[in-house]
Design a protein around this ligand. Sequence first.
Ligand SMILES: [Zn+2]
Length: 357
Amino acid sequence: MKMRAITTIPPNGGVKFSQVSPEDGDGIKIRTYQTGICGTDKEIVLGNLKFARPEKGPSLILGHEAVGIVEDPKGNSGFKEGDIVVPMVRRPGKCRMCRLGRQDYCEDGDFVEAGIRGKNGFMRDEFIDDPRFLNKVNDPSILGLAVLTEPLKNVMKIKETFQFLRLRQPWYCDDSTLACKNMYVFGTGTEGLLISIVFRSLGMNVVQVNRHPLGETIMDFFDLNKIEYLDTSSENLDKKVKDAPMDAAIDAVGAMDVLKEITDNIANNGIAIMFGTSGQLPSSNYDVLEKLVDRNIVVAGSVDGAKSHYAEAIRFIETNGKTTGMSRLITGRYGPEDLKIFTEKENQEIKKVIAWS
Ligand SMILES: [Zn+2]
């Protein structure tokens, strides 16, 4: 018996609806419920991610954002048939950080990532997985939102990084809250929007920044979550920061000019966290460096997240998923044969998901 899967040939790319053999093994057998598509999948399909590599043979099963349902725990304690689970993307190598369960801080790059490098992903009818890398969802009412756990766990690590960085000085407001602090979030993709609702939940003012007007879906989401939108095609960032200083900034774009916009505009003692990547390298960064040093700016990079961040993401969706209108971020559900979703971008698209069952 073969099953459905979506495959690519890395690092050249392409995307194919395939029939593959089910896996064998001792782990937990999981039926895929939904998989999400993000920029990384599209870049792999375009052949732009040179580190993409198969597990074995020439093709790689795509998919790193997933939610599934346990079909057979095969004697693994802690799981039972029908449990809703979110699998982790990055799997440890042999370095000390990996051995400590912090492969998100891997020291030598010797890890694999499901659907990206060295491990088949979750865009298939079922998969077998190690219980150590599964996160249980307790509230079945968030089954339709749990596919956002993977992108949200990145945000939980960004939040943790931010909370550590702000402890270097009394950064809070006079009343001990963060209500006087402005967080600028660059980018309006899924990650950017999830970052904004999480930082709103810390009580900060959030200004989301992009260079063009946005459609109704996102503007309604901003209204609901009291997020301010700055469209820099019609309003000036320098002018905005005069009224609302840029106390902190998070980049979810990954373009060098965003880093420049941040260093030009961030307040003294500011905190900047870079999450986006695009492969763009600066030709000269002396100017940027001088600004960072003189003004005590801290810039941190953040990638991936630990198992604790998956658990926190699931709790956040369980607690805040409905009030923050998170379902509005899922703008399309498709079947596994609709491969055009990898190459076409729809008007007002945020997150597209593939329904497997
Ligand atoms: Zn490692």
